[in-house]
Design a protein around this ligand. Structure first.
Ligand SMILES: Cc1cc2nc3c(=O)[nH]c(=O)nc-3n(C[C@H](O)[C@H](O)[C@H](O)COP(=O)(O)OP(=O)(O)OC[C@H]3O[C@@H](n4cnc5c(N)ncnc54)[C@H](O)[C@@H]3O)c2cc1C
Length: 325
């Protein structure tokens, strides 16, 4: 059986978890087994039915008032006890901040290895085989597992959603008892940055600025673009973050976030390897840079050599026209 962890944010299951579940179902079909999903939370049973359509034949609901807010120690204990009981052969996570926090903890508790940030999955001789970028995206490694269960986290926005999954399946509720003193940390409250609706890792379109933006106030130009383009978010290079023009949560790259949106737009970003590590798996890349030799053009599908301060207003008008049609 393949078990897929479903992440819940603001009372909803995340799209990236549906992607992981859809991929889990495809591999389960290859291996002639089933894909099961696990929900951890408090009062989350209502989310189970949606998971059948993405390939889960069974949904485990692990309930405890302690799970109302995410905590690595309580969630990993819950997953550990479910794994010991149900013995999945493969466990999949989405490589979100939560998935990146939780998957290694579970792997360590089980004493098995983990393949993180995978961009391709397949099966070989009855086992999972995954491909993942290494050395900041300079190379791709294809790996299989020696230990069991095989645990992998999948990069968000890479794997297609399953269409026409089943309408229903089985819901298995489990009470998980975790002694209070075993919970080492507790999240009291999650605060969102004011005016930021969407995280860069979840956006379909990421509109990023680098040192070429020249100042904090010019990031407003990018915010204006995100207000026109649906499901978009502002990203940034590390230079822009280090200059304190924008908060670190927007940073894309090796020491920032990894994004794979349908469209990545880079304004005044040179394309250093550490930046490319976080965005080169985007489906389409558009770069605007006044230097025709900038490395970003090597990965861009479309490039504009020009001054971003001239290009952005023109682009804004064109986008407005195109999106209002
Ligand atoms: C260990 C380590 C980790 C790192 N992690 C990250 C990371 O996570 N993310 C990251 O981004 N970087 C990271 N870096 C830094 C990285 O090496 C680069 O220094 C950084 O990405 C450069 O940012 P930039 O492209 O905005 O700036 P620059 O390299 O200075 O490029 C600015 C670009 O703007 C263009 N430009 C200027 N004015 C205009 C204009 N008016 N119109 C159009 N174009 C213009 C210039 O031609 C230039 O290409 C890391 C570095 C190290 C050593």
């Amino acid at each position: 059986m393949i078990l897929v962890f479903i992440e819940i944010r603001d009372g909803k299951a995340k799209k990236s978890s549906f992607e992981a579940l859809s991929e889990g179902k495809r591999r389960a079909d290859d291996l002639n087994t089933e894909a099961h999903a696990v929900l951890i939370g408090h009062g989350v049973e209502g989310l189970a039915s949606e998971l059948f359509s993405y390939g889960a034949s069974k949904v485990y609901v692990l309930e405890n008032s302690l799970f109302a807010h995410y905590s690595a120690s309580s969630y990993s204990q819950a997953l550990h006890s479910l794994t010991e009981e149900e013995k999945p052969e493969i466990i999949l996570f989405s490589a979100t901040s939560m998935g990146k926090d939780l998957a290694p903890r579970l792997a360590a508790k089980l004493g098995v290895s983990l393949a993180s940030e995978c961009t391709v999955t397949s099966t070989k001789e009855g086992k999972l085989e995954v491909t993942r970028p290494i050395f900041a995206g300079k190379a791709l490694a294809t790996v299989t597992f020696k230990s069991s269960p095989q645990i992998a986290s999948l990069r968000p926005n890479v794997f297609p959603l399953l269409e026409d999954g089943a309408k229903d399946g089985e819901v298995v509720k489990k009470e998980v008892v975790i002694p209070e003193d075993q919970v080492k940390g507790r999240v009291e409250e999650t605060l969102r940055e004011e005016g930021v609706e969407l995280d860069v890792t979840e956006a379909d379109v990421v509109i990023s600025g680098g040192r070429g933006m020249k100042g904090q106030e010019n990031f407003d130009l990018l915010k204006e673009l995100t207000s026109i383009v649906p499901h978009s978010a502002v990203g940034a290079s590390r230079s822009a973050v280090d200059a304190e023009w924008i908060d670190h949560q927007h940073q894309v790259g090796q020491t920032g976030k990894t994004v794979s949106p349908n469209l990545y737009m880079a304004f005044g970003i040179s394309g250093a390897i550490q930046h490319l590590a976080g965005m080169s798996s985007s489906k389409f890349i558009v770069a605007v840079n006044k230097d025709p030799e900038a490395s970003i053009f090597k990965v861009a599908d479309f490039g504009i050599v020009g001054d971003l301060f001239q290009v952005i207003p023109l682009l804004k008008e064109e986008l407005k026209k195109a999106l209002s049609e």
